[in-house]
Design a protein around this ligand. Structure first.
Ligand code: 6PG
Length: 243
């Protein structure tokens, strides 16, 4: 598995173009596009650009064939300022012609285990999975934390070792709370995973993750799609130590 690394000046534009490429290809071959969105701050610009393109007619996407999922969610209600769903809804989902029954949010307002189990069940039903099967997302957006986490797979957390669940309720010590997250087997069964990394603050961790010196491993390094594409999309500031 070789990762494709791209350094860009405008991460939103590059990510949007890849989103369209993936979507058009999936819709052409399977008549649907199943994408898992990431949270945090970096992807907001991409989501806003997708919405702006829809409004301006810059790119005509068949939103009625798009199905939106989430890579992780905080243990908060959907209207909470920290909610990944709220961020994606404000920036994108409320601004494009996608019906509510095509958006599958993780119900962060529930007990964490209940939310994870409910999402796990929802994914198994949507993808019509047998007990030993994994969903194949057409695209999964991921971010990179400065501690090397991705989704809500944090260093030292229990979900790093999850091998059978699709979705885990993961206790994150630094937040003294749970987060719900897709597990590595789901990430690694995707047709494509795209990391979005932006800003000088991520330069060191990006270098450490992409050019590991010691045996130390960061969670993000364990994203290695078995048969899918892995793209690292970084802006000049985040990639400044890679030269
Ligand atoms: C979340 C994300 C998380 C995020 C990284 C990077 O719920 O916060 O899933 O994994 O992608 O922490 O976040 P930034 O884009 O804000 O740097």
């Amino acid at each position: 598995m070789t990762a494709n690394r791209k350094v860009v000046t405008d991460i939103a534009n590059a990510a949007a173009q890849e989103f369209y490429r993936c979507a058009d290809a999936a819709i052409a071959t399977r008549n649907r596009f199943c994408v898992a969105l990431s949270g945090g701050s970096t992807p907001r610009g991409v989501y806003s650009l997708l919405a702006a393109d829809q409004r301006s007619g810059t790119h005509r996407l068949s939103w009625d064939r798009v199905y939106i999922f989430f890579g992780d969610e905080r243990h908060v209600p959907p209207d909470h300022p920290d909610s990944n769903y709220r961020m994606a809804n404000e920036a994108l989902l409320s601004r494009v012609p996608i019906s509510e029954d095509h958006v599958f949010r993780i119900r962060g307002e529930l007990d964490a285990d209940a939310a994870a189990q409910q999402y796990d069940k929802q994914l198994r039903a949507f993808f019509n999975l047998q007990p030993d099967e994994w969903p194949e997302f057409d695209l999964i957006f991921l971010g990179l934390g400065d501690d090397g986490h991705t989704a809500s797979l944090f260093p030292g957390s229990a979900a790093l070792e999850e091998k059978s669940k699709l979705v885990a309720a993961n206790w994150v010590e630094k937040f003294k709370d749970y987060r719900m997250t897709l597990t590595f087997p789901v990430l690694n069964h995707a047709a494509e995973v795209m990391f979005l990394v932006s800003g000088e603050g991520k330069a060191q961790i990006l270098k450490d993750v992409l050019r590991p010196i010691a045996a130390e491993s960061y969670p993000a390094q364990r994203v290695q799609p078995e048969n899918g594409k892995l793209i690292w999309l970084a802006d000049q500031a985040a990639a400044s130590l890679l030269r």
